[in-house]
Design a binder for this molecule. Sequence first.
Ligand code: UD1
Ligand code: MG
Length: 452
Amino acid sequence: MTSLPTATAAIVLAAGLGTRMKSALPKVMHKIAGRPMVNHVLATLSDQKIAPVVVVIGPEMESLAQAVAPHATALQHDRRGTAHAVQQAQNALKDFSGDIVVVYGDTPFIGGETIARMRAARSAAKKPAVVVLGFTPADPGGYGRLVTGADGLERIVEAKDASPAEREIKLCNSGIMLADAKALWQLLAQVTPNNAKNEFYLTDIIGLARKAGMSCAVVEGDEEELLGINSRIELAEAEAIFQRRARRKAMENGATLTAPDTVYFSADTKVGMDVEIGPFTVFGPGVRVDDNAVIKGFCHIEGAHIAGGAIVGPYARLRPGADIGADAHVGNFVEIKNAKLESGAKVNHLSYVGDARVGAKANVGAGTITANYDGFSKSHTDIGAGASIGSNSVLVAPVKVGDGAMTGAGAVVRKDVPADALAVNSSRQETKAGFAANFRKLKQATKAEPKR
Ligand code: UD1
Ligand code: MG
């Protein structure tokens, strides 16, 4: 018989100042793939159905409290160590009975599958009260060392407090722990700051658990998922890891990336099957690309939806609210914002289409601008199905061009154009026969050279 997994809550430690980031922003607010690193951790917890979640923050971190909402926050006024930080969440979790996993807000790649293995380890034969996530880093340096014996994990010793022999231990503490809630609170109450840093160490609960006759276990993770971020350089390394994984995932899911190393995804980018993505394309937050869409190179896309069969780029910019319909085309040097291109519509060259609808199969000529802003408010442009907008038209919003209507090249359209009508407002062309030839003759007589 399989038993239901134990309900598990989480405490995310994020009160650290992150001085090495040299930033006014709390460290865990710095973004990887367009998403604050703490939100990567929260997404993983949510995937694992871990709830409730309490984030421990420091003073003056309101922006962080907002970023993690609706999760609760607990304030750690003074940084007195990791055990003290965890204790700040006790009040918020006082009615919770189950397991609690402690994770770090600055360790964004902790895997859901790893947390699942830790949860599974709690029900092993010895019923360990605490499960610690260990790893074997290339350089154990300042990490806490896991001291193991015949009965599993015995204690954790911080590098600063370790003997030379203990420092030789390769198995290190990632900082991530899972424990029975009741045991956790009992053990934390016994922690004292008798150590090199004069701090309350969370790691001390292992030794205390063993003294109380409880067993403790280690589950191992890999170094990459336990990468902690302390500086902008490590942030850039984390970004590179994320991008490498996102590119692989997109390709595994059936997208073709002609030059994967030059494509940048956001944490929430959704790319379908048989999508083609050319070189040097950047996806900001909120993009969905449906099956069979083609994105040629050098595009910048955020907050946009691209339907199947659409062709975008090269050199297109899709801004928030761009909704590119099935089989629609958006060509080079075209910017689309808050606008719907219905199926088969084309905006192929050098245009700005903002706050607009372009009806099915309408064609928007080169250089067309929707003049949507009068300096105070934005207005809407509506282009009907099958309409043909002449090159270099300016559509002064609010304005409507009816189904099947046309505008002449260079038209400035200030009034609605009824269906199937033509709007032109350029002055009549004057043609002077022979003028050019006479002009050249005159110039040559004075020996002027054409400037190149
Ligand atoms: C900690 C572990 C160490 C482990 C390492 C892994 C302890 C005593 N040591 O050491 O065994 O190898 O992490 O990276 O737990 N934090 C607070 N409030 C505090 C102190 C810390 O919120 O008062 C947060 C920090 O923001 C950070 C995390 O807890 O996210 C770890 O703190 P840090 O000071 O980096 O601990 P380490 O000395 O690296
Ligand atoms: Mg650290």
